[in-house]
Structures are given as C-alpha cells and as structure tokens.
Ligand binder design. Structure first.
Ligand SMILES: *[C@@H]1O[C@H](CO)[C@@H](O)[C@H](O)[C@H]1NC(C)=O
Length: 370
C-alpha cells in the first residue's frame, strides 16, 4: 500500500517536473502583512498575497500584474464557506504556483513579456477586489475570470497609481460577463451580482459615472461601465465562454431536470436546440460588446471556442496548436497591441467554424456552479 502510494507520488512528481521543464516554473508566495492594519484583507482576515517572478535584462522595469480569478460569493453564508478555501484565506493558498502562458519566464512561450516583472495577485475577497482595495515603468493589469473583471473594474484606478508617462494598459481575459437571461427566462446573474455588490458594500468602489446613473449591481457588468474606461484595454474572451454558459445561461437552478448537464461539460454533446440557444447567447454577447464603442486603443480577440481563460494556459496562449483568429495567436495579438505594432479587433465566425479552438471538456466532478 505504502509502496504503491510512493510510486504514485513519484510518478506525479515526475509528471510535475516534466511539466515544469517544458512549460511552467514555480514561484513562491509573499504575504502582505502590512495590509492587515489597513483593513485590506482576505475574507477570513488573513493577509492578501501575491507571487512575483522578478524581471531581468530589458524587462527589469516593466510590470505585469495579473489577478487570479475564482467567482464571487453573494451572501454571508457563501462568503463564510469561502473562508475555508484558498479563495477566502491566504492561509490555505499553495505556497508555490506554476507560471505559464502570459506569466511564463521563457521567451519561447511568452516572447513579449517573459523578461518583465510578472506578479500574480491571489484572489481572496470574493468580490473582484471591490470589497476593499490594495494595489502598484510600463505596466499591464491583467487577470482572468473574476480577475479579468477586476482588471476591467479597476483599470483606470490602476493607471492612476502608476507614475505619469508610463505606458499602462489592461488585459481582461474571460472577464466580460454579460447580463443575459438564463434558459428559464430568469435574470439569474443580475440578481446574483446585485447580492455580491450588496454583501460586500462594493458600490463605493465601482465607477461613479456608472453608479450615479444605474443600480450599482448593474455596474458590476462590463457592458454598463466599460465604455467609460480611458486606459487602453484588451478583451480576450470566448464567444461561448464556458463559465458563462454554465452559470449565466444554463445555471443549475434554471435547469432542474439537468437537460443541459452533458452539453455544459462538452459542447460536442449539445443538441441542435442547445446550440441554437448558445448561438443566441453569442449574439447577445456581441451586442454587449458593441457598447464599448470603436476606439482603436481597444483590443478584441473573441474566438468561437468553448473556453474560459485563455491567456494563462500555455496551450491557448502560445503553442504550435494554439487557437488562432485571422491566423494570429492570442500571445501575438496582445503583444502587438501592447507595443503598438498593430491593433487587433477581431470577432470569430460562429461555432463550429474555427478548427483551432481548444474546446474545454469538463469532468463531471469539476463543475463549479455559482
Ligand atoms: C446565499 O446564496 C446561495 C447561492 O446563490 C443561495 O443558494 C442561498 O440560499 C443564499 N443564502 C442566503 C442566506 O441568502
């Protein structure tokens, strides 16, 4: 028994080492003890934390601040249970994590940002850093999922923290959550975001230009506030964002008979009717995007994939078989946009038109609901 365990463990370690050698590199955690006195803490009162892989050579003064994702908690019960997880307590966070994709330190895997200072800020306030804020020469604020939303909500505030004259841009990966009705016709995500904003007292940390006009809960949706963002920002998002399909379009409460269950796990298993519903969701997504306006400083990479977060995983960021839009990888589109080599604003044709997609297939166990 112990022998088998050891072999299993050694195998795991070997796999991990091979993975590290080819793609990631582990980076240690730093806790921000000072923040506790300022009240900038995780849900359980523990200090916030980040991982920092230092820049080298030409990148030594450049900064990429990437915010971790992880959904939101919408009431005292769900926020309390979050304190028992790494998403609510820094005591439970891994002390080392692998940096890959846009965080990779290897030129081959991340040609434009590999030598920058790359920071991954751990997410533990349950409210996309609107509950209480702590924050940072060229600089990028990026993030995926709830972290992508953070990057949208706080882009201009981040800009204001960085010295004048520095080139600052934001990157939101899978952060463009839309206010769509679910398959039962209910406003599920709208109600959920209103609860998040009320529970965390987020209203005062959302854009006043938005909260002065509409309900604060709505200002958590990029479509109602992102047109106000002054700083250049790039949106990387799958038109069929798998988190949004699972939690906004077809959440468990809207699908009591589980008709959507296998479709949500694997887009290939969706019925023609479900695909039709998802095509309609894509149109709503594109319509929500048009509210951004047409500023050329905005970047758009909207692929026809069933995916969620594509900048942090090497396979979707930059690899021989990574997703392409107009023959361009996400790494190249973002790099060219950041360095003003060329703008990028492209929206893919509808599913299943793009053969380069890495459509996610989920395990039955790994099926997070809201
Ligand atoms: C808290 O939110 C969860 C998820 O939306 C819900 O199931 C639960 O009933 C809510 N609890 C309270 C006390 O409002």
């Amino acid at each position: 028994m112990a022998g088998t365990r050891l072999v299993q463990w050694l195998n795991l370690l070997l796999c991990a080492l091979v993975l590290l050698k080819t793609e990631g590199a582990d980076v240690g955690i730093t806790f921000v003890q000072d923040a506790v006195a300022k009240g900038a803490v995780c849900l359980d009162g523990s200090p916030p934390a980040y991982h920092w892989d230092k820049g080298v050579g030409a990148g030594i003064n450049n900064w990429l601040v990437h915010i971790e994702g992880g959904g939101w908690c919408n009431n005292v019960t769900t926020c309390l249970s979050r304190t028992k997880t790494r998403l609510g307590s820094s005591k439970l966070m891994d002390k080392e994590i692998a940096f890959s994709g846009i965080l990779s330190r290897y030129q081959k895997f991340n040609p434009d940002f590999y030598d920058w200072n790359r920071i991954k800020v751990r997410y533990c306030d349950g409210a996309s850093f609107t509950g209480d804020v702590e924050a940072v020469n060229p600089a990028i604020l990026s993030g995926c999922s709830a972290g992508g939303l953070t990057s949208i909500l706080h882009c201009d505030r981040f800009r204001a923290l960085v010295p004048m004259g520095a080139k600052v841009k934001c990157l939101a990966d899978a952060g463009y959550f839309i206010n769509a009705k679910d398959v039962s016709g209910a406003q599920h995500i709208e109600a959920f975001y209103s609860e998040v904003v009320a529970t965390h007292g987020s209203a005062k940390n959302l854009a006043p230009s938005c909260t002065s006009k509409i309900r604060p809960g709505l200002c958590f949706f990029p479509q109602f506030m992102a047109q106000q963002i002054q700083t250049p920002i790039f949106f990387v998002n799958a038109a069929y964002d798998s988190w949004q399909i699972k939690n906004i379009l077809a959440p468990g409460v809207a699908d009591p008979h589980g008709t959507w269950h296998s479709c949500k796990l694997d887009i290939k298993k969706c019925s023609p009717n479900q695909i039709k519903t998802m095509q309609d969701f894509r149109l709503q997504f594109l319509s929500a995007l048009t509210r951004l306006g047409t500023s050329s400083s905005r970047g758009l990479f909207i692929d026809a994939c069933y995916a969620h977060c594509q900048t942090e995983m090497q396979e979707t960021w930059l690899r021989d078989d990574s997703p392409l839009l107009g023959k361009v990888t996400i790494a190249k589109a973002v790099g060219d946009w950041y360095y003003d080599r060329s703008p990028f604003q492209k929206i893919d044709c509808p599913y299943p038109c793009n053969p380069t997609c890495h459509n996610r297939v989920f395990d039955t166990k790994e099926h997070p609901e809201l």
